[in-house]
Design a protein around this ligand. Structure first.
Ligand code: B12
Length: 265
């Protein structure tokens, strides 16, 4: 946490951990609104992919958070490769995956504490951007939980990329707990990019001059979300579809598991 952090911020982070988070931090809503993903969003040709909800307007150029949101608590739940079932998607699990179900429980626990102990009415932020969700990796980076890696995922010091995220909006402006200077990717031979079955890191798609942005997907602008999504569609098809009762989708996590940071096996 930085110098400005006071006791309420510390108490919020501490309570998030008591509720079951493995990491937690606070991001400023103004900084998140200006973050790289929000700058890139209006410039994307289309916004689609596995799990995207189909609405009439496929371009989400407006931030659609609760109007009073002044800061966000970002919650991280570790998703070790030794507990892969946390990330398996099933229509029979509330929240889609066991990991997401737990994240929802943690934010509910924290929201109750904020209301009871501090009279702060927090709003649970949905996963989907098209339902008013926030870009969770940007929020986590601004909250000091890690940095953006060469596999285009949030890399934390403790668990590497093997975490999943959720956020709670607060109507009070708490001091941000980040960003941090942590950067394990500098000089790394990037083993995370090799195992991709769709070669999603194989060529440069985003140039700083075109997007007016130095902070590009996967750092150097090589991440191809369409190629990545092909694999995820295949994972879904292999399981018989997302909505099929009894079906379990095991998403590709090769770029995640190949990262050496925080690896426990
Ligand atoms: C849509 C989506 C997908 C789509 C498209 C992904 C994409 N990046 O475009 C598909 C279906 C392909 C997908 C795939 C996966 N996803 Co996904 N996905 C999402 C979702 C809903 C939104 C992401 C998005 O559209 N981002 C917008 C685009 C523009 O961002 P971007 O490509 O990442 O590039 C931006 C950032 O890199 C950022 N950035 C770059 N540098 C810097 C520097 C700073 C300082 C900052 C602040 C930001 C920043 O700016 C870039 C714009 O230039 C989020 C949940 C959420 N609400 O955020 C989960 C999420 C990102 N996915 C997640 C995961 C785990 C996966 C998969 C591993 C599959 C799986 N097992 O679930 C793969 C991995 C893909 C990869 N290597 O990036 C996790 C990531 C956790 C982590 N440790 O990072 C999230 C956060 C969901 C969660 N449950 O926690 N996903």
């Amino acid at each position: 946490m930085n110098n400005r952090t006071n006791s309420l911020e510390q108490a919020v982070v501490g309570e998030a951990m008591r509720c079951g988070a493995d990491l937690a931090g606070i991001a400023d809503a103004g900084a998140l609104r200006r973050s790289p993903s929000y700058q890139m969003l209006p410039q994307l040709d289309h916004y689609d992919g596995v799990g995207t909800l189909h609405t009439k307007d496929k371009r989400f150029e407006e931030v659609a958070w609760p109007e009073e949101a002044a800061s966000f608590v970002v919650i991280c739940l570790a998703h070790s490769s030794q507990v892969p079932e946390l990330d398996w998607w099933s229509a029979d699990v509330s929240g889609g995956t066991e990991g997401n179900r737990r994240l929802i429980e943690i934010t509910r626990c924290l929201a109750e504490w904020l209301a009871d102990e501090h009279g702060i009415e927090a709003s649970s932020i949905p996963y989907h951007i098209e339902r008013g969700g926030v870009f969770l990796k940007d929020a986590a980076i601004l909250a000091g939980l890690g940095c953006l890696g060469r596999n285009n995922m949030l890399i934390t010091p403790e668990f590497g990329p093997r975490v999943r995220l959720r956020a709670l909006a607060l109507p009070v402006a708490l001091a941000a707990t980040g960003p941090s200077s942590f950067d394990p990717c500098e000089g790394c031979p990037e083993p995370c990019r090799d195992p991709c079955p769709e070669d999603a890191f194989g060529h440069r798609l985003y140039e700083p001059e075109v997007y007016g942005l130095e902070e590009l997907p996967a750092r150097s602008g090589v991440y191809d979300r369409t190629a990545c999504n092909v694999r995820m569609e295949a994972d879904k098809a292999q399981a018989g579809g997302l909505g099929t009762p009894g079906a379990t989708v095991r998403w590709c996590r090769r770029c995640e598991f190949a990262c050496v940071r925080g690896r426990e096996e």
